[in-house]
Design a protein around this ligand. Structure first.
Ligand SMILES: Nc1nc2c(ncn2[C@@H]2O[C@H](COP(=O)(O)OP(=O)(O)OP(=O)(O)O)[C@@H](O)[C@H]2O)c(=O)[nH]1
Ligand SMILES: [Mg+2]
Length: 325
């Protein structure tokens, strides 16, 4: 059966061929799996991609190796956010303010030396933040780029002092490591071999006099391509907005499950990519369920209450689903 692979798939495949580091390879394979058409004709290919990803992940778990010390922070929650930015811009302060992690904060550059994960709650789900050492042309830890490449979303954390220069410096350094950033909510570029990472621009120090006024200026200097999210880790201004913007950037839907004849499960929802079908949910619940399910009932925006649907039914935010085997 012809697989009908899309240009996105072939592009990711090209990236895989060019990939040098482990996380570049994992990233390309994950993209291939994400965009491969999901039908019987590609079952073998999907299984093959999954086993290759699992194998590389296992390798990544082992520290050391040829490329020196390598970190991968296993994803947890609804998605992983890497905090990238120049030195001393308030990355660790944000992680302290938004999660229960307690990375060191200092009023001098290069305070952070290791990646530190923490979970940021948003309503009934949570995103994983990964605090990172700074990006500076003077010095940057080589493995920082692998962690950024592995993340689902990047926050570029800037301060009021040198927002534009800091942003430009980060982007130059990322480009040099084959990573491009694009504003969340817009389409990534496909005319480049660099991995394209969805990003938000975060400006800290909103409690400092004059910083709020610089936001429209910074946006204009960035040619209004980027919306700048102002925050203060000191007094908490803008943090709720940052969490909400992060949820929006992920473009995910929350889907709840239930057992027949019972109310909705109290456990956390499944966070699925927008456009996900009942089949995708079934697979997420259990790897065999996608094959063994017969139909599902759905309550919510994508169906009339209790409507019975097939695997290919596209789910909506907030749907409650009951899967029948
Ligand atoms: N007024 C104000 N100060 C802040 C804010 N966020 C961080 N700071 C201060 O900025 C300094 C740097 O904060 P960190 O959180 O350590 O910055 P960082 O980006 O993690 O620094 P590196 O790890 O060195 O890259 C500290 O003195 C913080 O107290 C903020 O929103 N408002
Ligand atoms: Mg830090």
């Amino acid at each position: 059966m012809p697989a009908n692979l899309s240009p996105e798939y072939h592009r990711a495949e090209e990236r895989l061929r060019a990939a040098k580091s482990l996380s570049e390879k994992i990233d390309a394979l994950e993209e291939m799996l994400r965009v491969i058409p999901k039908h019987k004709g590609t079952d073998h290919m999907q299984a093959d991609l999954k086993s290759r990803i699992a194998k590389l992940r296992k390798e990544g778990g082992k520290k050391g190796g040829k490329g020196g010390f390598s970190y991968i922070i296993p994803r947890e929650g609804a998605g992983q956010v890497a905090l990238a930015g120049p030195p001393n811009t308030g990355k660790s302060s944000l992680v302290r303010a938004l999660t229960r992690a307690t990375p060191a904060v200092g009023d001098f550059p290069f305070t952070t030396r290791e990646p530190i994960p923490g979970m940021m709650p948003f309503e009934d789900i949570a995103f994983q933040l990964v605090d990172l050492p700074p990006l500076s042309e003077q010095h940057a830890e080589p493995w920082v780029f692998d962690l950024i490449r592995y993340a689902d979303l990047v926050w570029t954390v800037l301060d009021g002092e040198r927002a534009i220069e800091g942003f430009d410096e980060c982007r130059r350094m990322l480009e040099a490591h084959n990573i491009g950033l694009y504003p969340a909510g817009t389409a990534p570029r496909y005319d480049t071999a660099a991995v394209q990472k969805k990003a938000l621009v975060v400006l800290t120090g909103l409690d400092v006099a004059g910083v709020a006024e610089t936001i429209p200026v910074v946006e204009e200097l960035l040619e209004n391509r980027w919306r700048v999210i102002g925050v203060s880790s000191l007094d908490g201004t803008g943090l709720a907005n940052l969490a909400r913007s992060t949820f929006a950037a992920f473009d995910i839907i929350r889907v709840y499950t239930k057992q027949p004849g019972k109310p909705r499960d109290e456990s956390a929802p499944f966070a699925l990519p927008r456009g996900a079908t009942v089949g995708v949910l079934a697979e997420r619940i259990h790897k065999d369920l996608e094959a063994t399910m017969t139909f599902a009932r759905v309550w919510g925006a994508s169906a009339f209450d209790g409507q019975s649907v097939q695997k290919d039914h596209v789910l909506a935010e907030g749907d409650v689903v009951e899967i029948h085997e």
